[in-house]
Design a protein around this ligand. Structure first.
Ligand SMILES: [Zn+2]
Length: 504
């Protein structure tokens, strides 16, 4: 009788211990599976092998306190990248350098633009790491060293190590680029003007922001995003290619002497115009945070007259681009004999697109993504902006040249983040270039392929002077067959980039 009871209780406790063991195993295996799926895929390391490496790494890490706590901390750091990686993929130099020079307003705007899915994935990953940290320990005194060695071996060239070392290298590169900028701003230019026959009293350069050429109806986009430009008198270049895919990398390669990789911020277009005898004006609706934290502010620092609408806190002073026109009006009305070179730096169509519009109406409803409709509206607003700038110069009655280009293109689709920076498609580099002058009365389309790295040469040709370092070139002379672009790491042939579908 007693024996039977003992036997029964034995069976009972064995089943109980089995369930407990299963439950205990699940308590760490489940979070490990979640981590192994979510984290590598949202860091841009797609592929089953990255998931398997993560799983094996975590399994091995459980046996040694050193590897265990190290893995938990490293994963926690990596998971903070999910909101970025979800939309943009693998970390790149361009993201690191933008992150280092982004002001708090842009950062908040970025966070607002991040999709709910990205946040759900981030919180699931953090929760899974927490559960793994709580339930995963299985420190084995016997084989600790063997597990440690196995952990090191598997991680010698695994994705987390590659990602962490790349990030550290990018951060170092970006820091030295920013330090270089500061140094550059103190160096005088060394241009020499070799001929000077100015053609126009006012030369106005409008630096646009995030405008993708393929979405402008003047270039054939089926929705009427540019009612005035469609027939406006001027030159419209259909194959103008930006130097790089974001503001920081592009403007330094467009407005200073550059071979595409290296840049000479002290030899900038503003210094060049000043040398040629122009009265130089830089009027900006972009941020001015630190004095020398972006190439644009360093380039601007050489101007005789500077106006920055966004000094200090970005959010308390969100000026509309149209205010730039008031400043243009003021400069050209100033009755002196000086030739003016005026640079207007717009905030343009920078995401978040809806917040760029202020009172401007959204006349498009082509997508269920309102941000895409807003993007098209920002293009229509640009059309109105340029029409007004043209009007100001026409009404003044003095000779003028008005040039517009965008700093880079965009990736546009109907995903949750429909308008975003990218670097892998032609659409990230396809930008508009317009030239209006007091002596152009016709609407002329020009399909010469030109790289934005030739902009300083075009500027000299338009303004009517020549320098020793930059040859003045007409669009025909600036034509290039094999255009390369800087993708954040190196120069790549434009022709080899993929073609993104255009949302219509
Ligand atoms: Zn930009």
């Amino acid at each position: 009788m007693f024996g039977k009871l003992l036997h029964l209780s034995g069976v009972f406790s064995r089943t109980e211990s089995k369930t407990t063991a299963i439950r205990r195993a699940l308590s760490w295996i489940t979070p490990v599976i979640i981590i192994s799926l979510i984290i590598p895929l949202n860091m841009g390391y797609n592929g089953i092998s990255s998931c398997i490496v993560t799983f094996v790494t975590l399994y091995l890490s459980r046996k040694n306190p050193l590897t265990f706590y190290f893995s938990c901390t490293a994963l926690l750091c990596l998971s903070l990248y999910i909101p970025v990686g979800y939309s943009f993929g693998k970390i790149s130099y361009a993201y690191v350098v933008s992150a280092l020079q982004t002001n708090s307003g842009e950062f908040l705007e970025f966070l607002r633009g991040t999709s709910l899915n990205a946040w759900l994935l981030t919180s699931s990953a953090i929760l899974a790491i927490y559960l793994f940290a709580r339930n995963g320990q299985d420190f084995d005194k016997k084989y600790r060293t063997i597990y440690l060695i196995a952990f090191i071996l598997i991680n010698l060239n695994a994705w987390p190590k590659r990602m962490l070392t790349a990030t550290a290298a990018y951060a170092q590169q970006a820091n030295s680029a920013l330090a270089g900028l500061e140094q550059n701003s103190n160096v005088p230019d060394n241009f020499q003007i070799i001929s000077n026959h100015k053609k126009y009293k006012n030369v106005v350069v409008v630096i646009g922001e995030s405008v993708a050429r393929d979405y402008l109806s003047v270039y054939g986009y089926p929705h009427n995003t540019t009612p005035w430009l469609n027939t406006a008198p001027g030159y419209f270049y259909t194959h103008y290619i930006s130097a790089a895919p974001n503001t920081f990398l592009s403007l330094s390669r467009t407005l200073t002497i550059s071979d595409g990789v290296k840049t000479e911020e002290y030899n900038s277009i503003v210094a060049l115009a000043k040398k040629a005898g122009f009265s130089t004006h830089w009027i900006s609706n972009q941020g001015f945070l630190g004095e020398y934290d972006t190439p644009a502010t360093v380039i601007a620092s050489k101007a005789q007259h500077k106006v920055f609408f966004k000094k200090g806190d970005y959010n308390t002073n969100s000026t509309d681009d149209m205010a730039l026109l008031g400043e243009l009006q003021r400069v050209v009305k100033n009755n002196d004999n000086a030739h003016n070179a005026v640079f207007l730096h717009m905030i343009g169509s920078h995401p978040d697109t809806c917040s760029r519009l202020n009172d401007f109406p959204v006349n498009f409803n082509i997508s269920h993504q309102q941000k895409l409709n807003c993007y098209l509206a920002t293009l229509q607003k640009l059309d109105a902006f340029l029409e007004h700038a043209h009007q100001i110069l026409e009404q003044r009655g003095e000779s003028y040249a008005l040039i517009y280009f965008s700093d880079h293109g965009m990736t546009v689709d109907e995903s949750e983040r429909p308008v975003r920076h990218g670097a892998d498609a032609r659409q990230n580099f396809n930008i508009p270039l317009f030239l209006f002058t007091s002596d152009t009365k016709k609407h002329i389309t020009d399909d010469t392929p030109i790289s934005a790295r030739k902009f300083m040469s075009l500027f000299e040709w338009i303004a009517g002077f020549d320098s020793d370092k930059v040859p003045a070139l007409s669009p025909g002379e600036a034509a290039e067959r094999d255009i390369t672009v800087f993708n954040g790491e190196h120069l790549v042939p434009y022709d080899e980039l993929k073609e993104n579908a255009i949302v219509q």
